[in-house]
Design a protein around this ligand. Structure first.
Ligand code: BGC
Length: 739
């Protein structure tokens, strides 16, 4: 036994020293490059341009960019893609004195050529392997096309559906968001940087951007330390722990200080407490935005604030390029600060292998092969199916019988292709996207289809209604495809009114009045408000923007070939006045305990408090029973893990998947705690009648909360345990004591 142990020790020491030797090699190589660099060349590495024009027709901007590249003044470019273009630009970078290769970056948010569901949709799958798989395909395609680095995942927690960027993230919950952040980072990067089917990921936007005041993009954020550490930072920490190569800072201020100039965030927390070794890129122009914020007097001051606060690379402000050299020469900025930034960037270039082969990611043969890999569409279909959330299914109208005779397709999004790609499409051929019309016709081969648009998304007239009504009257069932267009969510797409745009609600009423059963398929990049439809539709399928295979996935759900399994990653409000609305809120000193008694209670007089559809909610064509909750002990000592188990049974007639969710409540603490906090979940597939015992563990970290001046702490007391298939449908409850 002893021998085996010492062998393991020798082997692991050997491994450790070879790892540090390898690391030393990169450090040494970085040092050797740094020694050769002039101050100007160092500054060049910190400069990032958008290179859209650089391969285009001759223009002043093109000449300007080319000149800077040749002079070693560009460390990275975004928006140059494809083997041909990246090779061409890399060759110019290699004409510079030190021949330092350029990093090509791009917003590969939910697919490169293959378009996957928007990130919020994918998060509704709660399927971590599927999420990792799509990120990996996106990376493989981008990496085959000359890209080294994506500006994803966005890991901002978002509790305000007015904010258009909710479509880019994982929704409102910190635990789910952290698990997904990790999966996306591993999906994009693979196990090790440098493999030609992976790219560097970027955790963005650091930090608290999702809390932009009033849901308006680029707005300020004011929040407590406790909220910041407990709600908004953990997904970033999860990304850092998963080895994310880069971070991007954000457009917002945090408690009065722009994130880009925020050394508390970037130096104290990220590079300090978390020991983060990657580099931080500014968001687009966010260094110069410190001027309109009224935080910096001029670009010179902005550059000083940003570099000192830990923003390593300057995206599109030209603040470093124009100001850093003189700031350093005049002694206003210590050269060590800039050296650290340069070192971090060069390190990544070495890790990617670009110094050994600057064209490593620009291989025409690989590009042609990878870009047409048919297996990717299968991954896209699975991801799209899993992302769909069934919100309502009155009298089990769904799934529709395949023998259905006459199906009317009505609404502005029946033929949607581009819309189903959502925002952030970088290379896709959106004409290839499968519309609902195409998907349904392929699936229900024997049915007779009719179609009427009825109204466009933003129509102000009702002229198309009559035709749509006639179409409905001549059908056995109506499938209405309603929602937002792709350009109503995403960056800079905040809305104050998140109900259905245009005359769509009126069209729905007119069609419903025909007496025909109406199934509504809703497409959007955010939770929408649609109470009337929620009340009256026979079924509602929330289909977000599902990407390439959207129409097929929707047809699979409507036909029952796929049993829906998605659960909402964000609360759906009843009206905008409830926002921000999220399940893990506090109780208040005057909670509403009986819905009909709201006098002097924390309530609205014109709306219930609860959302229309809760976080974690989603129906299936089968049903699940929860039983036999067993807590391993009645109490645990601080530092111990509480183990628990329960039995999940498929009580319906068909195979289905359930997302079983574990919530806790710390009943009494020195800081008031939320009514519920998600701490684990399991997505489980069960055949009809099948049961399975599910195990969860509440580790000490899951029982902790953040308290200013103390950090993460746990306090003795009673913890309530709640398990169910939605945050508002708890099926099992228990409690235990922490001693
Ligand atoms: C966005 C970032 C994005 C960057 C580069 C900015 O406007 O906020 O998320 O990565 O542009 O396109």
């Amino acid at each position: 036994m002893k021998k085996i142990n010492s062998l393991i020790l020798i082997l692991s020491l050997g491994l450790a020293s070879s790892v540090s030797a390898q690391k030393k090699t990169i450090d040494q190589r970085v040092d050797s490059v740094m020694k050769l660099m002039t101050l100007k060349e160092k500054v060049g590495q910190l400069n990032q341009y958008s290179g859209r024009e650089v391969t285009g027709p001759s223009s002043d901007r093109k000449n300007y960019l080319l000149n800077d590249i040749k002079n070693g003044m560009v460390g990275s470019m975004l928006n140059v893609k494809g083997v041909k273009d990246t090779r061409e630009i890399q060759a110019i970078a290699l004409q510079s004195r030190l021949k330092i290769p350029m990093l090509f970056s791009l917003d590969v948010i939910h697919g490169y050529k293959t378009v996957f569901p928007i990130p919020l949709a994918e998060s509704a799958s709660w399927d971590i392997d599927a999420i990792r798989a799509t990120a990996h395909v996106a990376a493989a395609e981008a990496a085959a096309s000359g890209i080294h680095w994506t500006f994803a995942p966005m890991v901002d927690i978002a509790r305000d559906p007015r904010w258009g960027r909710v479509m880019e993230g994982a929704g409102e919950d910190t635990y789910l968001g952290s698990v997904i952040a990790r999966a996306r980072v591993l999906g994009f990067q693979g196990n090790k940087l440098g493999a030609v089917d992976g790219i560097m990921a970027c955790a963005k936007h650091f930090a608290a951007y999702g809390a932009s005041m009033a849901g308006r993009d680029y707005n300020p954020v004011d929040m407590s330390e406790q909220q910041l550490h407990e709600i908004y930072l953990p997904p970033f920490k999860a990304a850092a722990d998963a080895g994310v190569a880069t971070f991007m800072n954000s457009f917002n201020t945090l408690n009065g200080i722009p994130a880009t100039g925020n050394s508390y965030l970037q130096r104290d927390i990220l590079k300090g407490a978390w020991g983060y070794k990657g580099f931080v890129v500014s968001d687009w122009g966010s260094i110069k935005e410190m001027l309109p914020w009224g935080f910096a007097t001029d670009l010179n001051e902005a550059a000083k604030f940003a570099i000192e606060a830990g923003s390593d690379m300057d995206m599109e402000s030209e603040a470093y390029k124009k100001e850093l050299e003189s700031l350093i020469k005049s002694g206003n900025v210590n050269v060590k600060v800039a050296d650290d930034a340069v070192r971090r960037i060069l390190y990544k270039k070495f890790e990617l292998g670009l110094f050994d082969d600057p064209y490593k990611f620009s291989d025409e043969k690989r590009e042609a092969k990878v870009m047409n890999d048919p297996s990717y569409q299968k991954i896209a279909l699975a991801a799209a199916q899993k992302s769909i959330v069934l919100l309502k299914n009155k009298a089990n109208i769904l799934p529709l019988q395949k023998s259905m005779q006459r199906i009317a397709l009505i609404g502005p999004l029946v033929n949607a292709k581009r819309d189903q790609a959502g925002s952030w499409v970088v290379y896709a051929d959106t004409a290839n996207i499968v519309s609902v019309n195409e998907g349904m016709r392929a699936k229900f081969g024997n049915a007779q289809f009719s179609y009427s648009e009825g109204t466009s998304i933003t129509d102000t007239s009702t002229v198309g209604f009559n035709m749509a009504i006639t179409t409905a009257k001549n059908a056995d069932v109506v499938v209405m495809v309603l929602g937002e267009n792709w350009d109503m969510s995403g960056e800079s797409k905040s809305r104050t009114d998140i109900s259905l745009p245009g005359k769509q609600e009126e069209l729905f009423n007119a069609i419903k009045a025909t007496g025909k059963p109406v199934v509504v398929v809703m497409m959007a990049g955010r939770p929408l408000v649609f109470n009337n439809i929620a009340d009256k539709a026979d079924a509602i399928v929330y289909a977000w923007f599902l990407g390439d295979q959207g129409g097929n996935a929707i047809a699979d759900v409507l036909s029952g070939d796929y049993n829906p399994s998605g659960k909402l990653p964000m609360s759906f409000p009843r009206n905008v006045g409830q926002i921000p609305i999220f399940y893990n809120h506090y109780n208040t000193g005057r909670p509403v305990t009986k819905s009909n008694d709201i006098r002097y209670k924390s309530a609205y007089i014109d709306s219930p408090n609860d959302p229309r559809f809760a976080f974690g909610y989603g129906l299936s064509y089968t049903s699940f029973a929860y039983s036999d909750l067993k807590l391993a002990q009645a109490s645990v000592i601080k530092g111990q893990t509480m183990k628990l188990s329960f039995t999940l049974t498929n009580t319906g007639k068909v195979t289905g998947e359930e997302v079983a969710q574990l919530y806790i409540q710390d009943k009494v603490a020195s800081l008031v705690r939320p009514v519920k906090e998600l701490k684990d979940f399991a997505k489980v597939k069960l055949n009809s009648g099948e049961s399975k015992v599910i195990n969860f563990e509440l580790t000490p970290a899951k029982l902790a909360f953040y308290k200013e001046k103390f950090g993460w702490i746990t306090e003795p007391g009673i913890f309530k345990v709640m398990i169910g298939g939605s945050s508002d449908e708890i099926k099992l409850e228990g409690d235990f004591k922490l001693r």
